[in-house]
Design a protein around this ligand. Structure first.
Ligand code: CA
Length: 228
């Protein structure tokens, strides 16, 4: 697990680096925001611990810039005990979690492991068989070939993939669609039939993906690997 620690307090940074390495993390340390940005551009990390009060470039600016290119890299921010505003700003800028100083190392480690578990689960949920999907760009591919999907088809695929191996109901599908940005097209038909129509269309588009949308009678649908 590659971790970036951006922290300008040398004593705290040294102690954290030592403890994290002892816990099995590979750690890079950035003593200011500029170095943090440089390392983020140059290397792959699994998780970032980001102090907000950093010299050169503030933690908030590091985070804002990171989020323009990477929406999913988990970031835990460190803030001073009394600065609620910083914490809110950090979360608004795209932090996944925060800890207020001073904190205990076991708590930091537990939070980091929780973030890593969540991000791994999310990654796993966007691939199955020869099918892959990217939420950031709302795109999906079968064997590397881009699928042409309407907004509703994408939402349906997202739901199926996220819950792969588990049944999703027509009601869940309709709920996912109710948040759609695109207005339903004339071909959507009545809600109940629409689900079946879209499932049918998606099945055809997923041919060759080695996945199957199985109908579970009376319950709904589930996405699974095609049985040989
Ligand atoms: Ca600081």
């Amino acid at each position: 697990m590659n971790l970036l620690l951006a922290e300008d307090d040398a004593i705290l940074a040294d102690a954290l680096c030592e403890q994290m390495r002892a816990s099995g993390f590979t750690v890079e340390h950035a003593p200011n925001g500029a170095v943090a940005q440089y390392l983020l551009a140059k290397q792959q990390f699994d998780v970032v611990v980001l102090d907000l009060g950093l010299p050169m470039v503030s933690g908030i600016d590091v985070l804002r810039q990171l989020r323009q290119t990477d929406a999913s890299l988990p970031v835990l921010i460190l803030t001073a005990l009394d600065s609620l505003e910083d914490r809110v700003a950090g979360l608004n800028a795209g932090a996944d979690d925060y800890l207020t100083k001073p904190f205990d190392f076991p708590e930091l480690e537990a939070r980091l492991r929780a973030l890593l578990r969540r991000s791994r689960a999310l990654k796993a949920s966007t691939e199955l068989g020869q099918l892959s999907m990217q939420r950031e760009t709302r795109s999906a591919q079968v064997r590397g070939e881009m699928l042409e999907l309407s907004p509703r088809e994408f939402d349906l695929l997202d739901l199926l993939l996220t819950h792969q191996g588990r049944v999703i109901t027509k009601e869940q599908i309709n709920q996912a669609w109710s948040g759609d940005r695109a207005a339903p097209s004339a071909s959507d038909g009545a809600a109940t039939n629409a689900v079946e129509v879209y499932i049918h269309r998606l099945r055809r588009k997923l041919e060759g993906a080695q996945v199957a949308i199985r109908t579970v009678r009376g319950l709904g649908y589930l996405l699974e690997l095609e049985r040989a």
